[in-house]
Design a protein around this ligand. Structure first.
Ligand code: 13P
Length: 336
């Protein structure tokens, strides 16, 4: 078993998943604005540190994705943030892309930037304690999108990123996100997501990536947010499994879904059914941002000094997600 495979399994195994707390300052400001809390480095740290020191970390969180600001901050207990995370048994990770920009040649689409100087930045992050990383490629979906250009350029960037990350001894999260925006059907999402994932693995293989040492972070197969063809969770789970079975090489140890705008309950219920029906060898878990943090953020915003209360809300959400990785979640458990 390679070192990278060991790290990936440590993050994903035993009913654990990933807490994606890597919102850029811009995105975090939007989240804090939505609950009327001023966005400054102190408040961003306070909320995140509250989660990172919650009891639930030990049992439910195998890895935390940080943003550059946070990985350089010092906790109240005078530990660095990676140290604080490591004491819970979770692995510290870091978002290393620098965001999605307009794609020249197809200006309604985006290409993720951040490859320039990446090798040097990775060395610094490794020294700070990071052992895995994230890069998100983002894809529009419609009759004409994603274009061939977007498919090619984002997959190429994800592969070049992965090669540099593995060279530095860290596990790359490969995140190709097909957005939920649009009126497309779930079948269209299946078709387009399959093309996206397929192209990513084509490039990862060309770039000689050790597939046992990556984590795939895809979207689930869902109808678009404005689609009039809603489908039951059962169907979502089956289509998602079909997509992954047909397009992900069996060497990949695990898949950690993004929540992508689903509610907390939707993201939990869908993951639960994916695991109930999972007939693959892939670990299927979560790498949720909003679907792990939304209720906790709302609760915290009412009294940002109420650390214990906020942690209780977070622990519950993380517990529900963990049960979903074992197919043991049910709606009744939400109110217990
Ligand atoms: P969401 O779960 O809120 O989609 O965030 C996950 C993530 O890391 C997006 O890049």
């Amino acid at each position: 078993m390679s070192e990278l495979n060991k790290i990936a399994l440590k993050i994903l195994s035993s009913g654990k998943g990933i807490l994606a707390a890597d919102e850029s300052n811009g995105t975090m400001t939007k989240r804090l604005d939505s609950v009327n809390v001023p966005s400054n480095p102190e408040n961003r740290l306070l909320f995140r540190e509250t989660l990172f020191s919650a009891n639930g970390m030990k049992d439910f969180i195998g890895g935390v994705i940080l943003y550059d600001e946070t990985i350089n901050q010092i906790s109240n207990s005078k530990k660095t943030i990676p140290e604080l995370i490591s004491t819970t048994g979770a692995v510290p990770g870091i978002k290393v892309d620098t965001g999605a920009k307009v794609l020249a040649g197809s200006t309604e689409e985006k290409i993720t930037e951040g490859l320039d100087g990446l090798r040097e930045r990775l060395k610094l992050y490794y020294k700070l304690g990071a052992r895995f990383t994230k890069w998100r490629g983002v894809y529009n979906i419609s009759d004409k999108y994603p274009s061939k250009l977007s498919l090619h350029s984002n997959a190429h960037a994800l592969a070049r990123y992965s090669a540099l990350v593995q060279e530095c001894g860290m596990v790359p999260i490969v995140e190709p996100e097909v957005l939920m925006d649009g009126s497309h059907s779930a079948e269209a999402c299946l078709k387009k997501t399959s093309e996206v994932i397929n192209k990513c693995f084509e490039e990862l293989i060309i770039h000689k990536i050790d597939l046992t040492g990556i984590i795939l972070k895809p979207n689930m197969i869902l109808p678009g947010t404005t689609s009039n063809k809603k489908i039951p969770s059962d169907e979502i789970a089956k289509l998602t499994l079909k997509c992954l079975k047909e397009n992900v090489p069996s060497d990949v140890p695990g898949i950690a879904f993004l929540s992508g705008g689903q509610t907390e309950i939707e993201a939990t219920e869908n993951l639960n059914l994916i695991n109930k029906y999972n007939d693959t060898n892939f670990i299927m878990t979560y790498s949720y941002g909003r679907a792990l943090q939304q209720s906790a953020l709302k609760f915290w915003s009412k009294d940002i000094k109420n650390i214990k209360g906020t942690q209780k809300v977070f622990d519950h959400r993380a517990n529900m997600c963990s049960l979903a990785t074992q197919g043991k979640w049910s709606a009744e458990l939400e109110t217990k």
